[in-house]
Design a protein around this ligand. Structure first.
Ligand code: DGY
Length: 327
């Protein structure tokens, strides 16, 4: 009988779908990131692992599972937590969950950060709750309007394009993008212009990151890139933390080289700040909005991720091609 190990409780319907196929399903019962020793124990004898982005799936895990392992179905769009080379060596298929509901959810939170930064929503909330509001003022918490402003998307895949569409169609923003590949669809439908990343950084009022974490994208945004941005521009990262050099970002914020940042992901996640010894901390900046990697956290998205991961497992264990192979 096929045994499927799920590394943490997730939303329905994955477990039900897998049990309905007659597989033996075990879910790690702790409501926490699975400890390494539990992971190594849990995967033993599994034909499929349903993993989360917080699980490091490497040679050790693949070996602990055994030669019957056929698929690692990651419960995320990103799969930088998985050693793809090791999986290939073991003949294990790796899949992800690029469902349209996930695209919508992440794009939505990206845009929530855009609006939140532009209209200083977190600062305003803090101000009002601290009972500092003593009457309407012509200059209180003035922000920036969106129409006519430029949003720059670094990585114009599904999520980047969807966030950009909200800006263009909903708020009359202009759109530029940088990517290795052209995206003719957003050029045609949203009037997007493809530019170099340097140019994008120079002309955008909002720079939003939508690239996967790869060796080539680690610290894609560092001192040099931040220096190219306008002093009035905001940086938004809903991709992966290490795409931004957090130390460089802190320095740019302290020197007011950019206007602020909206971050859903962090370089040393789950730590918000990698190192607080130098006194610069993201959480101390009022012009920085932080969300705890919740971009995909809608019921619709998390259920779609669950269903997609289960469908990939069922396909592979039935000898069929997976829906969402990572390559
Ligand atoms: C993903 O799907 O990669 C997201 O980061 C999960 O929220």
């Amino acid at each position: 009988m096929n045994y499927v190990f799920i590394t943490r409780k997730i939303l329905d319907p994955a477990e039900k779908m897998l049990r309905a196929k007659g597989y033996q399903v075990k879910v790690y019962p702790g409501d926490q990131i699975i400890p390494r020793d539990e992971l190594l124990k849990g995967v033993k004898g599994a034909s499929a692992i349903l993993s989360l982005l917080t699980d490091r799936i490497d040679e050790g895990v693949l070996q602990a599972a055994g030669p019957q392992l056929k698929i690692v179905a990651n419960y995320a769009v990103g799969f930088d937590n998985i050693d793809l080379e090791a999986a290939k060596r073991h003949g294990v298929v790796v899949t992800n969950t690029p469902h349209e509901k996930v695209t919508e959810a992440v794009a939505e939170l990206t845009f929530a950060l855009v609006i939140g930064l532009a209209r200083r929503i977190a600062e305003s909330d803090k101000f009002a709750k601290a009972e500092k509001y003593h009457g309407w003022s012509p200059t209180l918490l003035i922000g920036a309007g969106l129409p006519g402003k430029t949003i720059g998307i670094i990585g114009a895949g599904r999520i980047g394009a969807s966030a950009a569409a909200m800006g263009v169609k909903g708020f009359g923003m202009k759109l530029v993008y940088s990517d290795m590949k052209s995206n003719p669809e957003i050029e045609k439908e949203l009037g997007a212009k493809k530019v170099s990343m340097q140019k994008l950084l120079q002309i955008s009022d909002f720079v939003s990151l939508h690239v996967p974490l790869l060796p080539s994208t680690r610290h894609l945004i560092s001192t040099k890139e931040l220096a190219l941005m306008k002093k009035t521009a905001f940086l938004i990262n809903t991709a992966r933390g290490p795409v931004v050099d957090e130390k460089a970002l802190l320095k740019a914020l302290a020197a007011k080289k950019i206007a602020g940042a909206g971050l859903d992901v962090f370089e040393c996640e789950p730590a918000i700040d990698c190192d607080v010894r130098d006194q610069l901390e993201l959480k101390k900046f009022p012009n920085v909005i932080l969300t705890p990697h919740t971009a995909s956290a809608t019921i619709e998205s998390r259920q779609a991720m669950s269903e997609t991961a289960a469908k990939n497992i069922i396909a592979v264990l039935s000898g069929k091609k997976p829906l969402n192979p990572t390559k």
